[in-house]
Design a protein around this ligand. Structure first.
Ligand SMILES: [Mn+2]
Length: 211
């Protein structure tokens, strides 16, 4: 064992706006014990979607520094808290939050941002999610999830990836060796021949470097 033996998660993320600043936001927060990851997708049909997504990731950053983030219900109660204190613009967003502590993943989502654990197969951790109403409506329904990271790659993403890229392609890329390159290549999957993106893409990846 080397001097810095211990838990060294590898993390990478990419956000690609379809135009302007877009409305997807991601955050990665490393605390001493945990890694807190989130993807927020501001609702495009509503004014203030980007502000809602920014507001959500700001609240997550603030909360991540408090204790207790490893509790299985922490992410769901955090989403409830964000839902109950919307952005000034009263915009809304879809949101997925995950906390990784060594081998354990706990998380929650509301809306259609998803979390997958990619191994030799895809575990759709957010399979049971409730997609409407969105966070900021005051009546979002966060659904928690839990998994073991193992040798897998955890992927959090907005619908701009999950709706517009083939699942098998996402998973095949997610198994690649260089996580930064993986994030970049996955985020480019939805790009159309015209060069445009059908929607903003937000993606965060995490895995154990020692896997
Ligand atoms: Mn979207």
């Amino acid at each position: 064992m080397t001097a810095d033996a211990g838990w060294h998660p590898d993390v990478a993320y990419v956000v690609l706006p379809s135009k302007g600043q877009g409305q997807d936001r991601v955050t990665v927060i490393r605390t001493t014990e945990a890694l807190v990851l989130a993807v927020a997708d501001g609702s495009g049909g509503m004014r203030g979607g980007a502000e809602a997504a920014e507001h959500a990731v700001r609240m997550i950053s603030d909360a991540a520094r408090q204790a207790n983030a490893q509790h299985p219900e922490w992410c769901a109660s955090l989403i409830t808290r964000i839902d109950a204190t919307p952005a000034v613009s009263r915009g809304q967003c879809a949101l997925v939050v995950a906390v990784v502590v060594e081998n354990t993943i706990v998380g929650a989502s509301a809306g259609d941002c998803g979390a997958w654990l990619v191994t030799d197969r895809i575990d759709e951790l957010t399979e049971e999610q409730v997609r409407k109403p969105l966070v900021g409506s005051g009546s979002a329904v966060p659904v928690a999830f839990k998994a073991d990271l193992g040798k897998g790659t955890l992927l959090l993403a907005s619908d701009g990836l999950l709706k517009y890229a083939p699942r098998a392609r996402i998973a095949a890329l997610a198994r690649g060796p260089d996580l930064d390159a993986v994030a970049h290549h996955i985020a480019e999957l939805p790009r159309l021949r015209s060069g445009a993106l059908p929607d903003d893409v937000g993606v965060v990846l995490c895995r154990d470097r020692a896997r």
